[in-house]
Unconditional design. Structure first.
Length: 129
């Protein structure tokens, strides 16, 4: 409630007498009560990375244990584990149509650059100027 931080004599309490507050103890316009901001939260990814580096009871890291388990599943015939392993080790295969379109766009860009450098217009004829 407004005025709760003021003692009965109307003076601001000592903890409210900093440069960010006015004589009534309120924050001045445009001044934050928390200039450092909210503490940054830890993401799930950061937590997992930290946990994966911890050591298990058998002396290997959890990262190694997960990798071994994934490998064993693949060896036993688990197709999802095999697919995941191949994607991680060799890189995900590009869709053929995407690869062809990407290559065609790059070739068209190179042709436009070459035509521009040689003074040709878009039809391939030489500009007389």
């Amino acid at each position: 409630m407004a005025g709760d931080d003021l003692p009965s004599n109307g003076e601001p309490t000592p903890d409210k007498q900093d440069g960010n507050r006015d004589e009534q103890g309120r924050f001045r316009p445009g001044v934050s009560g928390n200039p450092i901001g909210r503490p940054k939260a830890t993401t799930v990814t950061e937590t997992l990375r930290k946990l994966l580096e911890e050591t298990t009871d058998v002396g290997m890291t959890y990262r190694e244990a997960v990798a071994r388990r994934l490998l064993m599943l693949a060896v036993k015939g688990d197709m999802r584990a095999m697919s995941y392993l191949v994607d991680r080790v060799d890189g995900k295969a590009l869709d053929v149509s995407t690869a062809i379109n990407t290559r065609a766009m790059e070739l068209n860009r190179l042709l436009r650059e070459m035509r521009g450098a040689s003074g040709e217009d878009a039809t391939g004829t030489v500009d007389p100027a």
